[in-house]
Each structure stands twice: as structure tokens, then as C-alpha cells.
Design a protein around this ligand. Structure first.
Ligand code: SF4
Length: 435
């Protein structure tokens, strides 16, 4: 037990979740204990997300709330980490007098030093260096102590695609792939702690390449680890799939038949305006290639509704693409400006129109999601169980298509894969019993 405590709050994506675990390991290495109670903390870390304007506002509003919690107490060291820290590094101190340390997503490995320095000299500091090599050199030396049935492993970071609406190339820097041997070592240590499912993460994970090891080759190596039962990866750009990776869905039973494949729009004109560098037809052909190799594969996607320049016809193209593909799950948002991206200066479409378009897009996507879940009813699914629900009444797991499944049974153990007969479904979940 150490006397110093830290509290960490994670905003945004799965990669931030992974980073927060690493930040926790780093802080433990300098004798901090983790606390779930913010008012007990001597150090608070907000690991932030900059993907939408609202997410950034939420960070600043949460910093304000935090200030109130410590009004009559000694102030904890406050660290702003992640993509908001990177993108707003020059203005954070102006916007908030509460933040002590600003550290970008590729520089957080320096936190132990930055915190000890701040303790000595009380000088606020910013580190937004994009040296990913150095970061992973430090992180690889930390043992991953997570004991989760399903664990994220970052294998690739950054992006060279420069879609006009996206901050990632500016906040995470150029594409970088981790050394495959250190990835395998990390996965082996996770399996020693009970991990059965590995979800490989990257901003453009299908572009992974370490020497001659591509993502397909990396997955084959991971599949050779006996304890690993399931493998997934996210997120990908449609232009970065080679034949080997597509074929793998038909060949490697540990690679689950569900793929997140963002398309953003179904209109060629809008795809061009976004600088996506593929057409609607390219996307549909890619979907067909996956289905040919693995007929039951399911797709999820991301949609930006009301991108500047989107006409009624473009919107209809998106609706038709959704109908053509049939998604088992999707994320759709009204376009929001990200400062520093090329799309920022474009004229926006009125909110009344975009709201209507979003309703229409989500109406179809939600219907497809419900139909897919209903299709599972009266069928058997293989479910990897993760944990009990909070009320301890049910066990929670996911089927091969990533859909949450709930089962009332006290004999199930975390980490087991069981055949479940699906009895009921709603849009988000399935309910069943052991076969
Ligand atoms: S491919 Fe994805 S991460 Fe890369 S710029 Fe486009 S949206 Fe951003």
C-alpha cells in the first residue's frame, strides 16, 4: 500500500481505454495506488478524446466540476492527457488554471518524470511530442497486469489517410506499427492472467506492418497461442485489406466473423469531399469479397450525416448503401467541426436538415440491428462469458458477432465459451439459456 493515490477518467475510444491502463501501470511504478474515489486522489488524470466538439466541451466542464470537489481541500496534481491535450496544448492553460500537466497520446510514458518534476518545482508543463518509438520502448518494459477475459492490445497507431474531417493524423501522428514480437509477448502475459479474447487496436489497424509481418500474419501468430480463443481487430480503412487478410476470415476459426468497417457516406461525391480515397462501389465490392470467404460475416460501420456539401441525393445514396449492405450495428453522428482539420472552414448544413437526415439513417440502422438480433432467436450461439452483471443475477458474455448475451445461471465461469440457446432479443442484447 502506498500513501499516494491516483484517479483516472477515460473519455472516448477503446484505444484510450488501453492507454489509461498503461498510464495506470506507469503511475503504479512510481508508488501511486489507484483509487475509484476522485476525492481521495493526490493525482487526477483525464485521458481525453477529441473526436467530436462535444467531447472536448465535456472535458472542460468536467475539469470545472473537479475544481468544486476540491474547493476546501489541498489541490491534487491535475494531468490532462490524450487527444484534447494534444490538440489544445497551446490553449489549455489559458482555458483552465486547474491543469498542471498536459501530455499528448504519444508522450504519456514520460508522466512519472513530469509528475515528480512538478512536485519539486510546481511548474506547469506540456509534452506533446509524437515519438511513438520511444513510447513503446518504455511501455514494452511494463508488465500488462490486466486480468480481463477480453483484452485490448494496441498494435498500430496514427494514420496517413488524412480524411478531411478527422483529427487523428494531427493528434496521434503518422502510421506506426509496433514490433510484432513485443505484441506476442504482451498477449502471452495477458493470457497468463486469464485473457481469452484479444482485440487488436489501431486507428488504421489493417495497415499494420512490422518488417514483413502484416496484420494477417500477426493474427496467424496470435492464433498459434493456445490460450487465445478469439481474435478481433478494429478500426480499419477499406483501402487497406489485402487478399491474405480477407481470406483469413474463412480460414482461421479464432478470427471472429464480425468486422467494423467505417464507410462514413454512401455518396461518391461526399466520399471524395471527405478525401476517403475510395468509392461506394469499392466498398460494396469489398463487402462482397468478405462474404464470399465467410458467408455469415457481419459488419458494423460509422456514418457522418450532413457533411458539408451533402445534398438530398447524397443522403439518399447513404440510405441505399445501408439497405444494400445490412449492418448488424452502426454508429452515426451529425457532422461536427474539429478545429485544425481541413473541413473546418466549409459551410455547414442547417441543423434542422441534418437532424432529419440522422433520424432517417438511424431509423434504418436500428431496424437492421433489431432484425439481426431477432434472427438469432431460437438459434444456438457460442458465447464467451466475461463477468456477472452488477446485480449478480445474470452472467454476461458476447457471441461470435460481438452481441452481448445475458444468461441466468450460477454455474458459468468467466472465460468459458458455452453454447447458448437464444430465447429473446432486443436491439442491443440477447437473452438465453445454456444448451
Ligand atoms: S482513416 Fe480513420 S483515422 Fe485515418 S484520417 Fe480517416 S477517419 Fe481519421
Amino acid at each position: 500500500m502506498n500513501s499516494r493515490k491516483f484517479y483516472i477518467k477515460t473519455f472516448g475510444c477503446q484505444m484510450n481505454e488501453y492507454d489509461s491502463n498503461k498510464i495506470s501501470d506507469l503511475l503504479k511504478s512510481i508508488s501511486f495506488d489507484k483509487t475509484e474515489k476522485i476525492d481521495d486522489a493526490d493525482c487526477i488524470v483525464f485521458n481525453t478524446c477529441h473526436i467530436r466538439e462535444k467531447a472536448t466541451q465535456k472535458v472542460y466542464s468536467d475539469i470545472g466540476k473537479n475544481k468544486k470537489i476540491f474547493k476546501n481541500k489541498s489541490k491534487p496534481i491535475f494531468v490532462l492527457a490524450g487527444c484534447v491535450a494534444q490538440a489544445e496544448s497551446s490553449v489549455v492553460f489559458e482555458k483552465s488554471d486547474y491543469v498542471d500537466i498536459v501530455v499528448g497520446p504519444q508522450a504519456y510514458h514520460k508522466l512519472p518524470n513530469l509528475i515528480e518534476k512538478f512536485k519539486k518545482n510546481k511548474k506547469r508543463s506540456v509534452d506533446t511530442n509524437l515519438n511513438v518509438d520511444e513510447k513503446f520502448d518504455v511501455l514494452n518494459s511494463l508488465k500488462n497486469n490486466l486480468s480481463k477475459v477480453s483484452s485490448f492490445v494496441t498494435v498500430q497507431e496514427g494514420c496517413d489517410k488524412f480524411c478531411k474531417f478527422c483529427v487523428v493524423p494531427y493528434t496521434r501522428g503518422p502510421e506506426f506499427s509496433r514490433n510484432h514480437k513485443t505484441i506476442i509477448n504482451e498477449i502471452k502475459s495477458l493470457t497468463e492472467n486469464g485473457t481469452k479474447e484479444i482485440i487488436l487496436l489501431g486507428q488504421n489497424v489493417s495497415a499494420y506492418k512490422d518488417e514483413n509481418v502484416t496484420l494477417a500474419k500477426l493474427i496467424k501468430k496470435i492464433a498459434n497461442i493456445n490460450e487465445v480463443q478469439r481474435i478481433r481487430f478494429t478500426t480499419s480503412h477499406p483501402n487497406d485489406f489485402d487478399d491474405e487478410l480477407i481470406s483469413l476470415f474463412g480460414e482461421e476459426p479464432k478470427l471472429m466473423p464480425q468486422l467494423h468497417l467505417p464507410v462514413q457516406s454512401g455518396s461518391d461525391k461526399v466520399l471524395k469531399l471527405m478525401n476517403r480515397n475510395h468509392t461506394r462501389d469499392d466498398y460494396l465490392k469489398l463487402i462482397d469479397r468478405f462474404r464470399l470467404t465467410r458467408p455469415d460475416i457481419q459488419f458494423s460501420s460509422d456514418f457522418i450525416v450532413g457533411y458539408p456539401g451533402e445534398t438530398h441525393e447524397d443522403h439518399k445514396d447513404t440510405i441505399n448503401l445501408i439497405k444494400d449492405v445490412g449492418f448488424s450495428l452502426s454508429y452515426s453522428f451529425i457532422y461536427s467541426q474539429r478545429p485544425g482539420t481541413p473541413a473546418t472552414n466549409l459551410d455547414e448544413i442547417s441543423i434542422e436538415i441534418t437532424k432529419k437526415r440522422l433520424e432517417e439513417v438511424q431509423g434504418i440502422l436500428f431496424k437492421q440491428q433489431l432484425e439481426f438480433n431477432n434472427y438469432m432467436v431460437n438459434k444456438e450461439n457460442n458465447v464467451l462469458f466475461e463477468n456477472k452483471t452488477q446485480d449478480q443475477e445474470q452472467f454476461f458474455g458476447r457471441n461470435q458477432y460481438m452481441v452481448p448475451v445475458f444468461v441466468k445461471n450460477n454455474l458459468i465461469k468467466a472465460g468459458e465459451i458455452k453454447k447458448i440457446f437464444i430465447q429473446n432479443a432486443n436491439r442491443n442484447n440477447l437473452f438465453g439459456k445454456i444448451v
